[in-house]
Design a protein around this ligand. Sequence first.
Ligand code: ZN
Length: 393
Amino acid sequence: MGTHPMAFSGVIGQAGRVAGPEDSPVRSADLRIGGRPLALVSPARVYVCGITPYDVTHVGHAATFVWADAAASVIRMSGVDVHTCRNVTDVDDVLTRAADASGRHYDEFALSQEFLFEQDMRLLGVRRPAHEPRARHHIPQVVQLLLALLSAGAAYERDGHVFFRGADVPAQSGLDRDRALELSREYGDRPDDPLREDPFDVPVWRPSGDTDPAWPSPWGWGRPGWHAECAAMALCAFGSSVDLLAGGADLAFPHHAYQSGMVEAATSVRPFSRARLNVGAVLKDGAKMAKSTGNLTLVSELLREHPPAAVRLLLLDRRWKQPWEFRTKDLGPAAARLERLYTAAGRPTSSATATDAVSAALLDDLDVPQAVDIAESEGGAAARHLIGVLSLG
Ligand code: ZN
């Protein structure tokens, strides 16, 4: 296990100690995410909330997946093995309706969208995750999770529905109830549903009508809710906790909050995620890029006219948490910065200190702008190192 050049056998005697302790290749203790240290032990477990395959990928989605990929790559750079898991939410009412509208079966429709998504990701240099679980393959695990939640008193059944008790979830996310209600409604939840004991309880199992996909369960034929699907898939891939939970900023609440709450309630292991990477929203014309608002720039369109590495650099050349405005005209300067980086990389020499400074910037909360600045001015090995780690070649 491990790719670092440490010897398997220790050195005996002073004579064999040719490298100083400062030359140790093990660096992960320097990593900071979200302003806090995140020391890692191989393998680091990175769970990325993946797509609901009902539509083509836009720049907002791409930013999340490119950042999750860059984070995994920086962890790998620090000498720690990384196991990534990026799920596919292929059981979801939005997908069922989109498939209906196109006259296709939902799973065949989902596969065709996944194919297009994977093509975009490949062009953007996003590594294929070790695990790519699909929700429809994990229904038995969701049912097991719900049985565990029921047995822990963290869920209850009403008329073929199972609800997760979520009254504490807003406070655990640092949100007041009004703001949390607003966010829940934005996500299409129905806090005023009379079956619920509390507005923040969420359905983790619902009976299916004739046009919904349905599976048998102890509560009748039905289908799981999104948060429970991701909770079950994460449990399946990594067990009771993950080192890094990644997704768009809008997933922090309710999705990640409920996913974490469910796993913690079922396993008693806290926290479910040691760190989070909730990537800042991409705006267009001042509003969050989203299908519902129609202000989309599709990745496939962008890649037809611009080099993928320039698109990737534009997405990464900022602090990951900050929301930002996407403007196609900014691809010109991004491409120019990339060219300067390539030119700098062609310079023959740079000091080992410069390469270390690039690594240090990346380990410091993934400070890509700082790392690119150093690589551009120092050139040589430092620039080649950055191009490699961020897959900008
Ligand atoms: Zn998820």
